[in-house]
Write a protein that binds this ligand. Sequence first.
Ligand SMILES: Cc1cc2nc3c(=O)[nH]c(=O)nc-3n(C[C@H](O)[C@H](O)[C@H](O)COP(=O)(O)OP(=O)(O)OC[C@H]3O[C@@H](n4cnc5c(N)ncnc54)[C@H](O)[C@@H]3O)c2cc1C
Length: 260
Amino acid sequence: MQSFFTRDGIKPAELLRIGLEQLRPYTTVEVRPARVTQLATAPDHFELQAEGESGRTFTVTARKVLLATGVEDELPPVPGMRDLWGHGVLHCPYCHGWEVRGQALAVYGRGKMVTGMALLISRWATDVIVCTDGPGHLSENARRRLRQQKIRINEEPISHLEGKPNGELRYIVFENGEKLARHAIFVHPHQHQRASFAEQLGCRLTSKGAIWIDKHVQTSVRGCMPPATSPPAPESHTGCCRRNPGSYCHARSPDPGGVP
Ligand SMILES: Cc1cc2nc3c(=O)[nH]c(=O)nc-3n(C[C@H](O)[C@H](O)[C@H](O)COP(=O)(O)OP(=O)(O)OC[C@H]3O[C@@H](n4cnc5c(N)ncnc54)[C@H](O)[C@@H]3O)c2cc1C
């Protein structure tokens, strides 16, 4: 993981291990490794069904519940994308932009989204190509803005991604047989909640499927809270930087002048 305050470059499992270790002195906190299978509201509390590591099930009641089951990324159905995820296929320029700075990069997607991301990534690299995998649905204005930053556009359908054994990207292979050598490709995948507990409890969701929170960082169900790092904004964010207050993302950009 990059850009995490005091833990730059740490392995996710190690971050988790340290977190659990630092909980130990808090004798009022009990950690139970278990899979929550059901979560329901009762008049003045929540009821949680869980299955422990041995398969034994148990019930827990609580006055408050923190929903921190994460989100899942829905990657575009391009063969090779899943295999290279997190190495040659990246989603967050703030987390990974510094590591691939100055390299030949691609940005996958269409329309406004790909335009914004490509302009952002051009702060870290000068050789950026937008790959739309078919018609890009780019407005004249978007094309002009990309041209201004010398970002090329390739609208050929993509056949697959070819990677290196270490998970880095080697080529984007198009259906017409052409190969484009790139160090990494950025995507902006849709996300969905990993668990359906928010829906089960009747929490209001945003149009993008994130848990809606008010300006006091409360969900629409009393006592049910989003992860503690959620921003105090009317719309919950599903990306990483805004959810990790420790991030020092902008400081790592080679051009602290800002984002277009
Ligand atoms: C490829 C990739 C690279 C990233 N790189 C960075 C980076 O460099 N820097 C950075 O700051 N961020 C990075 N992020 C983002 C970062 O991983 C997330 O912001 C962070 O993991 C969110 O933490 P979370 O606790 O909300 O969710 P998660 O980390 O997804 O944790 C949710 C936990 O809930 C558990 N869970 C789910 N369902 C149940 C259930 N029913 N019962 C019990 N437990 C359950 C899961 O097993 C999981 O352990 C990256 C993300 C990806 C995908």
